[in-house]
Design a protein around this ligand. Structure first.
Ligand code: SF4
Ligand code: SF4
Length: 481
Protein backbone atom coordinates (compact mmCIF):
# COMPACT_ATOMS: atom_id res chain seq x y z
CA UNK A 1 0.00 0.00 0.00
CA UNK A 2 1.28 3.43 -0.85
CA UNK A 3 1.71 5.78 2.11
CA UNK A 4 1.98 9.57 2.04
CA UNK A 5 4.46 10.74 -0.53
CA UNK A 6 7.04 11.94 2.01
CA UNK A 7 7.06 8.50 3.72
CA UNK A 8 7.19 6.38 0.57
CA UNK A 9 10.31 4.16 0.35
CA UNK A 10 12.45 4.74 -2.70
CA UNK A 11 14.06 1.58 -4.11
CA UNK A 12 17.81 1.91 -4.11
CA UNK A 13 19.33 1.24 -7.56
CA UNK A 14 22.31 -1.12 -7.39
CA UNK A 15 25.53 0.69 -8.38
CA UNK A 16 26.02 0.21 -12.13
CA UNK A 17 29.01 -1.97 -12.81
CA UNK A 18 31.00 -1.22 -15.90
CA UNK A 19 31.93 -4.38 -17.75
CA UNK A 20 34.63 -4.12 -20.35
CA UNK A 21 34.11 -6.07 -23.52
CA UNK A 22 37.84 -6.38 -23.95
CA UNK A 23 40.14 -8.47 -21.82
CA UNK A 24 43.63 -7.18 -21.25
CA UNK A 25 46.02 -9.77 -22.54
CA UNK A 26 48.13 -11.55 -19.99
CA UNK A 27 51.41 -12.47 -21.63
CA UNK A 28 51.88 -16.22 -21.85
CA UNK A 29 55.30 -17.77 -21.26
CA UNK A 30 54.96 -21.35 -22.53
CA UNK A 31 57.38 -23.71 -20.91
CA UNK A 32 59.54 -25.95 -23.13
CA UNK A 33 58.24 -29.48 -23.41
CA UNK A 34 59.63 -32.71 -24.82
CA UNK A 35 57.87 -35.86 -25.80
CA UNK A 36 56.24 -37.82 -28.59
CA UNK A 37 53.91 -35.06 -29.75
CA UNK A 38 56.57 -32.33 -29.50
CA UNK A 39 58.69 -34.47 -31.85
CA UNK A 40 55.75 -34.78 -34.24
CA UNK A 41 55.26 -31.02 -34.14
CA UNK A 42 58.91 -30.39 -34.90
CA UNK A 43 58.84 -32.95 -37.69
CA UNK A 44 55.94 -31.01 -39.23
CA UNK A 45 57.81 -27.71 -38.72
CA UNK A 46 60.80 -29.13 -40.63
CA UNK A 47 58.65 -30.72 -43.34
CA UNK A 48 56.47 -27.67 -44.02
CA UNK A 49 59.38 -25.23 -43.90
CA UNK A 50 61.58 -27.44 -46.09
CA UNK A 51 58.78 -27.30 -48.67
CA UNK A 52 58.10 -23.58 -48.24
CA UNK A 53 61.71 -22.38 -48.25
CA UNK A 54 63.04 -25.06 -50.62
CA UNK A 55 60.51 -25.21 -53.45
CA UNK A 56 61.33 -21.90 -55.16
CA UNK A 57 65.01 -22.91 -55.43
CA UNK A 58 64.29 -26.06 -57.43
CA UNK A 59 64.78 -26.01 -61.18
CA UNK A 60 62.86 -27.88 -63.86
CA UNK A 61 63.56 -27.81 -67.59
CA UNK A 62 65.83 -24.78 -67.17
CA UNK A 63 63.30 -22.68 -65.25
CA UNK A 64 62.10 -22.28 -61.67
CA UNK A 65 60.08 -25.43 -60.89
CA UNK A 66 57.30 -23.58 -59.06
CA UNK A 67 56.62 -20.07 -60.27
CA UNK A 68 53.37 -18.13 -60.28
CA UNK A 69 54.07 -15.66 -63.04
CA UNK A 70 51.14 -13.30 -62.58
CA UNK A 71 52.38 -10.74 -65.15
CA UNK A 72 52.43 -13.42 -67.89
CA UNK A 73 49.31 -15.07 -66.39
CA UNK A 74 50.99 -18.44 -66.21
CA UNK A 75 51.60 -20.75 -63.26
CA UNK A 76 54.46 -23.21 -63.57
CA UNK A 77 54.39 -26.26 -61.32
CA UNK A 78 57.12 -28.71 -62.33
CA UNK A 79 56.07 -30.15 -65.72
CA UNK A 80 52.72 -28.38 -65.81
CA UNK A 81 51.92 -24.93 -67.08
CA UNK A 82 48.58 -23.56 -65.88
CA UNK A 83 46.78 -20.76 -67.66
CA UNK A 84 43.84 -18.63 -66.50
CA UNK A 85 41.61 -21.14 -68.34
CA UNK A 86 42.79 -23.82 -65.90
CA UNK A 87 41.17 -22.12 -62.92
CA UNK A 88 39.13 -25.31 -62.43
CA UNK A 89 42.24 -26.97 -60.97
CA UNK A 90 42.51 -24.21 -58.39
CA UNK A 91 38.85 -24.73 -57.54
CA UNK A 92 39.41 -28.48 -57.15
CA UNK A 93 42.49 -27.83 -55.01
CA UNK A 94 40.47 -25.62 -52.67
CA UNK A 95 37.67 -28.18 -52.44
CA UNK A 96 40.20 -30.96 -51.73
CA UNK A 97 41.77 -28.78 -49.01
CA UNK A 98 38.34 -28.13 -47.47
CA UNK A 99 37.36 -31.83 -47.47
CA UNK A 100 40.76 -32.82 -46.07
CA UNK A 101 40.17 -30.37 -43.24
CA UNK A 102 36.66 -31.80 -42.64
CA UNK A 103 38.01 -35.37 -42.67
CA UNK A 104 40.98 -34.78 -40.37
CA UNK A 105 38.88 -32.69 -38.00
CA UNK A 106 36.21 -35.41 -37.79
CA UNK A 107 38.96 -37.98 -37.13
CA UNK A 108 41.19 -36.18 -34.65
CA UNK A 109 40.00 -32.64 -33.98
CA UNK A 110 42.29 -29.71 -34.65
CA UNK A 111 45.18 -31.66 -36.18
CA UNK A 112 45.78 -28.88 -38.68
CA UNK A 113 45.89 -26.18 -35.99
CA UNK A 114 48.13 -28.15 -33.68
CA UNK A 115 50.73 -29.35 -36.14
CA UNK A 116 50.68 -27.73 -39.57
CA UNK A 117 48.99 -24.31 -39.48
CA UNK A 118 51.53 -21.58 -40.35
CA UNK A 119 50.54 -19.70 -37.18
CA UNK A 120 51.49 -22.73 -35.06
CA UNK A 121 54.61 -23.49 -37.06
CA UNK A 122 56.02 -19.95 -36.96
CA UNK A 123 55.05 -19.46 -33.32
CA UNK A 124 56.96 -22.65 -32.52
CA UNK A 125 59.95 -21.35 -34.50
CA UNK A 126 59.86 -17.92 -32.87
CA UNK A 127 59.42 -19.44 -29.41
CA UNK A 128 62.46 -21.63 -30.02
CA UNK A 129 64.52 -18.53 -30.87
CA UNK A 130 63.13 -16.78 -27.79
CA UNK A 131 64.08 -19.69 -25.54
CA UNK A 132 67.58 -19.90 -27.02
CA UNK A 133 68.18 -16.19 -26.37
CA UNK A 134 66.15 -15.41 -23.24
CA UNK A 135 65.92 -18.82 -21.60
CA UNK A 136 62.93 -20.95 -20.60
CA UNK A 137 59.71 -19.80 -18.92
CA UNK A 138 61.05 -18.62 -15.54
CA UNK A 139 64.05 -16.82 -17.05
CA UNK A 140 61.75 -15.00 -19.47
CA UNK A 141 59.31 -14.00 -16.74
CA UNK A 142 62.20 -12.66 -14.66
CA UNK A 143 63.72 -10.82 -17.60
CA UNK A 144 60.43 -9.11 -18.46
CA UNK A 145 59.89 -8.12 -14.82
CA UNK A 146 63.43 -6.72 -14.48
CA UNK A 147 64.04 -2.99 -14.99
CA UNK A 148 65.59 -1.96 -18.29
CA UNK A 149 69.33 -2.39 -18.27
CA UNK A 150 72.01 -2.59 -20.91
CA UNK A 151 71.99 -6.38 -20.66
CA UNK A 152 68.21 -6.62 -20.99
CA UNK A 153 68.29 -4.25 -23.95
CA UNK A 154 71.03 -6.31 -25.64
CA UNK A 155 69.12 -9.59 -25.10
CA UNK A 156 65.85 -8.12 -26.42
CA UNK A 157 67.63 -6.50 -29.39
CA UNK A 158 69.27 -9.81 -30.29
CA UNK A 159 65.93 -11.62 -30.14
CA UNK A 160 64.14 -9.09 -32.31
CA UNK A 161 67.00 -9.05 -34.81
CA UNK A 162 66.78 -12.84 -35.09
CA UNK A 163 62.98 -12.67 -35.44
CA UNK A 164 63.21 -9.96 -38.10
CA UNK A 165 65.79 -11.98 -40.05
CA UNK A 166 63.54 -15.05 -40.13
CA UNK A 167 60.49 -12.90 -40.91
CA UNK A 168 62.19 -11.12 -43.80
CA UNK A 169 63.38 -14.45 -45.15
CA UNK A 170 59.77 -15.69 -45.19
CA UNK A 171 58.80 -12.50 -47.05
CA UNK A 172 61.62 -12.92 -49.55
CA UNK A 173 60.63 -16.56 -50.13
CA UNK A 174 56.98 -15.60 -50.57
CA UNK A 175 57.84 -13.07 -53.30
CA UNK A 176 60.18 -15.70 -54.78
CA UNK A 177 57.11 -17.74 -55.72
CA UNK A 178 55.94 -14.90 -57.97
CA UNK A 179 59.19 -13.66 -59.47
CA UNK A 180 62.31 -15.79 -60.16
CA UNK A 181 63.93 -16.08 -56.74
CA UNK A 182 67.58 -16.11 -57.82
CA UNK A 183 67.13 -12.96 -59.83
CA UNK A 184 65.24 -11.46 -56.88
CA UNK A 185 68.17 -12.27 -54.60
CA UNK A 186 70.66 -10.57 -56.93
CA UNK A 187 68.48 -7.48 -57.12
CA UNK A 188 67.97 -7.47 -53.35
CA UNK A 189 71.74 -7.52 -52.76
CA UNK A 190 72.33 -4.74 -55.30
CA UNK A 191 69.43 -2.62 -53.98
CA UNK A 192 67.54 -2.83 -57.25
CA UNK A 193 64.26 -4.28 -56.03
CA UNK A 194 61.05 -2.90 -57.49
CA UNK A 195 58.58 -1.02 -55.28
CA UNK A 196 56.03 -3.85 -55.22
CA UNK A 197 58.62 -6.52 -54.53
CA UNK A 198 60.01 -4.47 -51.62
CA UNK A 199 56.50 -3.83 -50.31
CA UNK A 200 55.50 -7.50 -50.33
CA UNK A 201 58.75 -8.71 -48.75
CA UNK A 202 58.37 -6.21 -45.91
CA UNK A 203 54.59 -6.68 -45.59
CA UNK A 204 54.76 -10.48 -45.49
CA UNK A 205 57.77 -10.36 -43.16
CA UNK A 206 55.98 -7.91 -40.88
CA UNK A 207 52.90 -10.19 -40.78
CA UNK A 208 55.10 -13.16 -39.77
CA UNK A 209 56.94 -11.09 -37.15
CA UNK A 210 53.72 -9.66 -35.72
CA UNK A 211 51.71 -12.88 -35.72
CA UNK A 212 54.39 -15.29 -34.50
CA UNK A 213 56.36 -12.92 -32.28
CA UNK A 214 53.69 -10.74 -30.70
CA UNK A 215 50.13 -11.87 -31.40
CA UNK A 216 50.67 -15.63 -31.02
CA UNK A 217 47.66 -17.27 -29.33
CA UNK A 218 45.53 -14.16 -29.92
CA UNK A 219 45.44 -14.99 -33.64
CA UNK A 220 43.94 -18.40 -32.80
CA UNK A 221 41.62 -17.07 -30.11
CA UNK A 222 40.25 -13.93 -31.72
CA UNK A 223 41.12 -13.84 -35.41
CA UNK A 224 40.89 -17.37 -36.79
CA UNK A 225 37.35 -18.27 -37.91
CA UNK A 226 38.14 -21.98 -37.93
CA UNK A 227 38.27 -22.05 -34.13
CA UNK A 228 34.64 -20.91 -34.05
CA UNK A 229 33.10 -23.53 -36.30
CA UNK A 230 35.41 -26.55 -35.96
CA UNK A 231 33.24 -27.98 -33.18
CA UNK A 232 30.40 -28.64 -35.64
CA UNK A 233 32.68 -31.18 -37.34
CA UNK A 234 33.25 -33.05 -34.09
CA UNK A 235 31.14 -36.00 -33.03
CA UNK A 236 31.30 -38.33 -30.06
CA UNK A 237 33.92 -40.49 -31.83
CA UNK A 238 36.30 -37.65 -32.71
CA UNK A 239 39.67 -37.91 -31.02
CA UNK A 240 40.18 -34.88 -28.81
CA UNK A 241 42.77 -34.05 -26.20
CA UNK A 242 41.08 -34.75 -22.90
CA UNK A 243 41.92 -34.80 -19.23
CA UNK A 244 40.69 -38.03 -17.65
CA UNK A 245 38.69 -36.55 -14.80
CA UNK A 246 37.72 -39.95 -13.36
CA UNK A 247 41.34 -40.90 -12.99
CA UNK A 248 42.77 -37.51 -12.05
CA UNK A 249 40.32 -36.20 -9.44
CA UNK A 250 40.43 -35.34 -6.67
CA UNK A 251 43.69 -33.63 -7.55
CA UNK A 252 46.31 -32.71 -5.01
CA UNK A 253 50.03 -32.60 -4.35
CA UNK A 254 51.70 -35.50 -2.63
CA UNK A 255 55.15 -37.01 -2.30
CA UNK A 256 56.23 -39.64 -4.77
CA UNK A 257 56.23 -42.34 -2.15
CA UNK A 258 52.78 -41.47 -0.77
CA UNK A 259 49.84 -43.78 -1.30
CA UNK A 260 47.51 -41.46 -3.21
CA UNK A 261 44.50 -43.75 -2.95
CA UNK A 262 44.89 -44.00 0.81
CA UNK A 263 44.90 -40.18 0.88
CA UNK A 264 41.77 -40.13 -1.25
CA UNK A 265 43.60 -38.54 -4.19
CA UNK A 266 43.43 -39.16 -7.92
CA UNK A 267 46.45 -39.19 -10.22
CA UNK A 268 46.63 -35.42 -10.86
CA UNK A 269 49.36 -33.99 -8.64
CA UNK A 270 48.15 -30.45 -9.39
CA UNK A 271 51.61 -29.42 -10.61
CA UNK A 272 50.18 -27.06 -13.24
CA UNK A 273 52.73 -28.21 -15.82
CA UNK A 274 49.91 -28.81 -18.32
CA UNK A 275 48.95 -25.13 -17.99
CA UNK A 276 52.53 -23.87 -18.13
CA UNK A 277 53.32 -25.64 -21.40
CA UNK A 278 50.07 -24.58 -23.06
CA UNK A 279 50.70 -21.99 -25.80
CA UNK A 280 47.20 -20.56 -25.29
CA UNK A 281 47.46 -20.55 -21.49
CA UNK A 282 44.36 -22.64 -20.78
CA UNK A 283 43.78 -25.41 -18.27
CA UNK A 284 42.74 -28.56 -20.13
CA UNK A 285 41.39 -29.94 -16.84
CA UNK A 286 38.45 -27.57 -17.22
CA UNK A 287 37.27 -29.48 -20.29
CA UNK A 288 37.39 -28.92 -24.04
CA UNK A 289 37.66 -25.21 -24.80
CA UNK A 290 37.60 -23.37 -28.10
CA UNK A 291 41.01 -21.84 -27.28
CA UNK A 292 42.60 -25.31 -27.36
CA UNK A 293 44.51 -25.63 -30.63
CA UNK A 294 45.10 -29.36 -30.15
CA UNK A 295 48.90 -29.09 -29.98
CA UNK A 296 49.17 -31.91 -27.41
CA UNK A 297 51.87 -30.06 -25.43
CA UNK A 298 49.84 -30.74 -22.28
CA UNK A 299 49.93 -34.50 -23.04
CA UNK A 300 53.73 -34.45 -23.25
CA UNK A 301 54.00 -32.28 -20.14
CA UNK A 302 51.67 -34.48 -18.09
CA UNK A 303 53.29 -37.71 -19.32
CA UNK A 304 56.64 -36.44 -18.00
CA UNK A 305 55.02 -35.88 -14.61
CA UNK A 306 53.36 -39.31 -14.67
CA UNK A 307 56.75 -40.89 -15.48
CA UNK A 308 58.37 -39.11 -12.55
CA UNK A 309 55.58 -40.18 -10.19
CA UNK A 310 55.63 -43.76 -11.49
CA UNK A 311 51.99 -43.53 -12.67
CA UNK A 312 50.76 -44.81 -16.02
CA UNK A 313 50.91 -42.22 -18.83
CA UNK A 314 47.77 -40.83 -20.44
CA UNK A 315 46.09 -38.82 -17.69
CA UNK A 316 45.75 -36.27 -20.50
CA UNK A 317 45.46 -38.09 -23.81
CA UNK A 318 43.81 -38.32 -27.19
CA UNK A 319 40.49 -40.03 -26.65
CA UNK A 320 36.85 -39.75 -27.64
CA UNK A 321 33.71 -38.90 -25.75
CA UNK A 322 32.34 -42.38 -26.41
CA UNK A 323 35.57 -44.01 -25.27
CA UNK A 324 35.40 -42.17 -21.95
CA UNK A 325 31.69 -42.89 -21.47
CA UNK A 326 31.82 -46.54 -22.53
CA UNK A 327 35.35 -47.39 -21.42
CA UNK A 328 36.54 -48.25 -24.94
CA UNK A 329 40.15 -49.32 -25.39
CA UNK A 330 42.42 -48.25 -28.30
CA UNK A 331 41.02 -51.03 -30.48
CA UNK A 332 37.45 -49.94 -29.79
CA UNK A 333 38.37 -46.35 -30.70
CA UNK A 334 40.10 -47.47 -33.93
CA UNK A 335 37.05 -49.47 -34.94
CA UNK A 336 34.94 -46.31 -34.88
CA UNK A 337 37.29 -44.43 -37.18
CA UNK A 338 35.25 -45.78 -40.10
CA UNK A 339 31.83 -44.26 -39.49
CA UNK A 340 29.38 -42.68 -41.95
CA UNK A 341 30.74 -39.13 -41.60
CA UNK A 342 34.40 -40.06 -42.17
CA UNK A 343 33.50 -42.52 -44.93
CA UNK A 344 31.52 -39.86 -46.83
CA UNK A 345 34.34 -37.31 -46.48
CA UNK A 346 36.92 -39.93 -47.44
CA UNK A 347 35.04 -41.14 -50.52
CA UNK A 348 34.41 -37.59 -51.78
CA UNK A 349 38.04 -36.70 -51.18
CA UNK A 350 39.36 -39.76 -53.01
CA UNK A 351 36.97 -39.19 -55.92
CA UNK A 352 38.08 -35.56 -56.25
CA UNK A 353 41.77 -36.44 -56.07
CA UNK A 354 41.36 -39.27 -58.60
CA UNK A 355 39.41 -37.02 -60.99
CA UNK A 356 41.97 -34.21 -60.71
CA UNK A 357 44.90 -36.62 -61.14
CA UNK A 358 43.26 -38.22 -64.19
CA UNK A 359 42.54 -34.84 -65.71
CA UNK A 360 46.10 -33.63 -65.09
CA UNK A 361 47.61 -36.80 -66.54
CA UNK A 362 45.61 -36.39 -69.76
CA UNK A 363 45.89 -32.60 -69.88
CA UNK A 364 45.78 -31.38 -73.45
CA UNK A 365 48.58 -28.82 -73.99
CA UNK A 366 46.60 -27.18 -76.82
CA UNK A 367 43.82 -24.69 -76.17
CA UNK A 368 41.87 -22.99 -78.91
CA UNK A 369 39.56 -19.99 -78.81
CA UNK A 370 37.64 -19.12 -81.96
CA UNK A 371 35.73 -15.93 -82.56
CA UNK A 372 33.91 -15.09 -85.76
CA UNK A 373 35.07 -11.61 -86.66
CA UNK A 374 31.98 -9.47 -86.12
CA UNK A 375 33.70 -6.49 -87.70
CA UNK A 376 33.84 -8.26 -91.05
CA UNK A 377 30.40 -9.59 -91.98
CA UNK A 378 29.88 -12.55 -94.25
CA UNK A 379 30.62 -11.46 -97.77
CA UNK A 380 30.89 -12.75 -101.32
CA UNK A 381 34.64 -13.01 -101.96
CA UNK A 382 34.12 -13.92 -105.61
CA UNK A 383 31.04 -14.81 -107.57
CA UNK A 384 29.55 -17.89 -105.87
CA UNK A 385 32.13 -17.92 -103.06
CA UNK A 386 30.96 -16.91 -99.57
CA UNK A 387 33.58 -15.95 -97.03
CA UNK A 388 33.52 -15.50 -93.21
CA UNK A 389 36.44 -14.13 -91.18
CA UNK A 390 37.56 -15.71 -87.87
CA UNK A 391 40.08 -14.89 -85.21
CA UNK A 392 41.69 -18.04 -83.88
CA UNK A 393 43.75 -17.97 -80.72
CA UNK A 394 46.10 -20.93 -80.35
CA UNK A 395 47.57 -21.57 -76.91
CA UNK A 396 50.48 -23.93 -76.68
CA UNK A 397 50.72 -24.65 -72.94
CA UNK A 398 53.50 -27.14 -73.57
CA UNK A 399 57.11 -26.38 -72.78
CA UNK A 400 58.27 -27.09 -76.35
CA UNK A 401 57.38 -25.17 -79.52
CA UNK A 402 54.81 -26.83 -81.75
CA UNK A 403 53.26 -26.45 -85.18
CA UNK A 404 49.52 -26.77 -85.71
CA UNK A 405 47.40 -27.46 -88.77
CA UNK A 406 43.93 -25.92 -88.91
CA UNK A 407 41.07 -27.47 -90.87
CA UNK A 408 37.31 -26.90 -90.99
CA UNK A 409 34.41 -29.29 -91.62
CA UNK A 410 30.65 -29.11 -91.72
CA UNK A 411 29.87 -27.62 -95.13
CA UNK A 412 30.51 -28.98 -98.62
CA UNK A 413 33.64 -27.54 -100.19
CA UNK A 414 34.65 -25.52 -97.13
CA UNK A 415 38.30 -24.36 -97.25
CA UNK A 416 40.61 -22.22 -95.18
CA UNK A 417 42.35 -19.25 -96.74
CA UNK A 418 44.46 -16.31 -95.61
CA UNK A 419 46.76 -18.19 -93.25
CA UNK A 420 50.04 -19.93 -93.85
CA UNK A 421 49.90 -23.51 -92.58
CA UNK A 422 51.12 -25.05 -90.33
CA UNK A 423 51.05 -22.32 -87.72
CA UNK A 424 54.10 -22.28 -85.43
CA UNK A 425 53.52 -21.42 -81.77
CA UNK A 426 56.40 -21.02 -79.32
CA UNK A 427 56.58 -22.94 -76.04
CA UNK A 428 54.12 -21.73 -73.39
CA UNK A 429 52.84 -19.04 -75.77
CA UNK A 430 49.75 -17.94 -77.56
CA UNK A 431 49.33 -16.89 -81.17
CA UNK A 432 46.40 -15.06 -82.67
CA UNK A 433 45.73 -15.75 -86.34
CA UNK A 434 43.06 -14.25 -88.52
CA UNK A 435 41.79 -16.54 -91.25
CA UNK A 436 39.01 -16.77 -93.79
CA UNK A 437 36.65 -19.66 -94.37
CA UNK A 438 35.34 -19.94 -97.90
CA UNK A 439 32.36 -21.97 -99.08
CA UNK A 440 31.44 -22.25 -102.79
CA UNK A 441 27.65 -22.03 -103.05
CA UNK A 442 27.50 -22.57 -106.79
CA UNK A 443 28.21 -26.29 -106.50
CA UNK A 444 25.09 -28.43 -106.67
CA UNK A 445 25.72 -30.08 -103.28
CA UNK A 446 26.36 -26.74 -101.65
CA UNK A 447 23.27 -25.16 -103.16
CA UNK A 448 21.13 -27.87 -101.62
CA UNK A 449 22.86 -27.65 -98.21
CA UNK A 450 23.08 -23.94 -97.89
CA UNK A 451 20.22 -21.64 -97.16
CA UNK A 452 20.78 -18.07 -95.98
CA UNK A 453 21.42 -17.94 -92.24
CA UNK A 454 23.76 -19.55 -89.71
CA UNK A 455 25.28 -23.02 -90.28
CA UNK A 456 27.12 -25.14 -87.73
CA UNK A 457 30.72 -25.92 -88.61
CA UNK A 458 33.71 -27.34 -86.74
CA UNK A 459 37.37 -26.36 -86.63
CA UNK A 460 39.92 -29.11 -86.18
CA UNK A 461 43.30 -27.96 -84.88
CA UNK A 462 45.98 -30.65 -84.66
CA UNK A 463 49.64 -30.67 -83.65
CA UNK A 464 51.91 -31.65 -86.53
CA UNK A 465 53.44 -35.05 -85.76
CA UNK A 466 51.29 -35.72 -82.69
CA UNK A 467 47.68 -36.55 -83.49
CA UNK A 468 46.86 -36.94 -79.79
CA UNK A 469 47.16 -33.18 -79.38
CA UNK A 470 44.01 -32.12 -81.15
CA UNK A 471 41.05 -29.84 -80.50
CA UNK A 472 37.60 -29.80 -82.10
CA UNK A 473 35.93 -26.42 -81.73
CA UNK A 474 32.38 -25.67 -82.79
CA UNK A 475 31.53 -22.43 -84.58
CA UNK A 476 29.10 -21.12 -87.17
CA UNK A 477 29.25 -19.92 -90.76
CA UNK A 478 26.92 -17.19 -92.01
CA UNK A 479 25.37 -17.21 -95.46
CA UNK A 480 24.03 -13.77 -96.33
CA UNK A 481 20.63 -13.34 -98.04
S1 SF4 B 1 45.13 -27.42 -23.80
FE1 SF4 B 1 46.78 -28.78 -24.42
S2 SF4 B 1 46.36 -29.28 -26.55
FE2 SF4 B 1 45.10 -27.51 -26.02
S3 SF4 B 1 46.35 -25.78 -26.67
FE3 SF4 B 1 46.79 -26.13 -24.50
S4 SF4 B 1 48.57 -27.48 -24.53
FE4 SF4 B 1 47.73 -27.52 -26.58
S1 SF4 C 1 50.36 -31.93 -15.73
FE1 SF4 C 1 49.07 -33.69 -15.22
S2 SF4 C 1 49.44 -33.95 -13.07
FE2 SF4 C 1 50.16 -31.90 -13.51
S3 SF4 C 1 48.39 -30.62 -13.13
FE3 SF4 C 1 48.30 -31.14 -15.29
S4 SF4 C 1 46.98 -32.95 -15.32
FE4 SF4 C 1 47.62 -32.70 -13.21
Amino acid sequence: MNGPAHLRTVPIEPAAEEVSLYEIRKKIYPRAVHGVFARWRWALVFATQAVYFGLPWLYWNGRQAVLFDIAARRFYIFGWVFWPQDVIYLTVLLIVAAFSLFLFTALAGRLWCGYACPQTVYTELFLWIERKIEGDRLARIRLDAAPLSLEKFAIKALKHTAWCTVALWTGYTFVGYFTPIRDLGVRAITWQLGAWESFWIVFYGFATYGNAGWMREQVCKYMCPYARFQSVMFDRDTLVITYDRNRGEPRGSRSKSANARAQGLGDCVDCNICVQVCPTGIDIREGLQYECIGCAACIDGCDQVMDKMGYPRGLIRYTTENALAQGLDARGIRRRVFRPRTLVYGVILLALIAAAAGSLASKNPLKVDILRDRGALAREAAPGLIENVYRVQLMNTDEKPRQFSIAATGLPGIVIAGVEQPVAVDAASTKLVTLRLQVPIEAQAAREALQPGSHAIEFVVEAVGDNKVVRHEKSSFLIPR
